[in-house]
Design a binder for this molecule. Structure first.
Ligand code: UTP
Length: 294
């Protein structure tokens, strides 16, 4: 049996330039989709996947994230006095939800660098990485799907999805062969190679790496061995490519819909789709949308 995955690292120290000016002072992880900050969707996904220990890598101006997962005495006191039981439960739930630890990434030197900052807190055990700006709507949480594949193969697993060829240069991309698993051969892939942001004409496939990973602790040696790559940043994809020399790595084409909520159009799509699913909002919101002259 492979070691149990107990911890999830949330890199949240990026600058969020695609969402300026909103992200000048507000961390993009705190942008609300309907009424929840996007990072809370990721934290709930980790919880529903059986992971309770959350490590958030924060940067400058990210204290709103810490406040969000902390107890708010004044607010709870006020809601209690006003007998707003439902709201009180929502607010308490957030701080009761998780064991959370924070570590600082002083400079945004890349996703790989952010993950490396969590090395001491993770220790010598397998862990998940969740990029909160990928909001994933799935019946079985995406991370749970990856953990099942990890348990079967005892190896790192990355979530991938098919994207149109012309969009692949925005992602890390895999060169991989399908592996038969649970009687299908179009979900699990054994990775042969990884390329960060390839040109469409040079991409080895249309399978893009998205923001969910289950990784083994030997990734930290790889992260310490590599040089800055695409965009002058320490890339997690480059470290995984390095790790591939010493152990097999798998990819899983997860079942669900991923929204890039760090991008304006993706954020709008997530907002509309998730609002439509809400029992309290879906009906009136659908009626409103039907009335739009599109
Ligand atoms: P992005 O590629 O979305 O970059 O990072 P970004 O800086 O956050 O946003 P844009 O592109 O400028 O709009 C992917 C994830 O990696 C984290 C981000 O917070 C995000 O969750 N990250 C990125 C870090 O934690 N540190 C970094 O140095 C870079």
């Amino acid at each position: 049996m492979p070691a149990k995955v107990r911890k999830a690292v949330f890199p949240a120290a990026g600058l969020g330039t695609r969402f300026l000016p909103a992200t000048k002072s507000l961390p993009k992880e705190m942008l609300p989709v309907v009424d929840k900050p996007i990072i809370q969707y990721g934290v709930e996904e980790a919880l529903h996947s059986g992971i309770q220990n959350i490590i958030i890598v924060t940067g400058r101006g990210k204290s709103a994230i810490e406040d969000h997962f902390d107890v708010s005495f004044e607010l709870e006191d006020l809601l209690e006095k006003r007998a707003k039981k439902d709201l009180l439960a929502i607010v308490r739930n957030i701080s009761d939800m998780i064991n959370v630890a924070y570590i600082r990434q002083k400079e945004a030197l890349g996703l790989g660098h952010a993950v490396l900052r969590a090395m001491e807190l993770v220790g010598q055990e397998p862990f998940a990485v969740v990029l909160a700006d990928d909001v994933i709507d799935a019946e079985t949480p995406c991370l749970r799907q990856l953990l099942d594949v990890y348990s079967f193969f005892s190896a790192p697993v990355l979530a991938v999805m098919e994207v149109p060829r012309e969009n692949i240069s925005a992602y890390g991309c895999i060169d991989a062969e399908p592996v038969t698993h649970n009687n299908t051969n179009d979900r699990v892939f054994r990775i042969r190679d990884l390329v960060e942001k390839p040109k469409a004409s040079e991409a080895p496939s249309n399978l893009a790496i998205i923001g969910r990973y289950v990784i083994t602790p030997d990734i930290f040696d790889s992260l310490q061995s590599i040089n800055p790559g695409s965009g002058g940043e320490i890339q997690l994809t480059d470290a995984l490519k390095h790790l591939l020399r010493s152990r097999p790595i798998y990819a899983y084409r997860f079942d669900g819909t991923r929204y890039d909520a760090g991008d304006k159009l993706g954020f709008l799509k997530a907002t509309v789709e998730l609002a439509l699913q809400r029992p309290d909002l879906g009906g009136p919101f659908r009626e409103y949308l039907k009335g739009l002259k599109l």
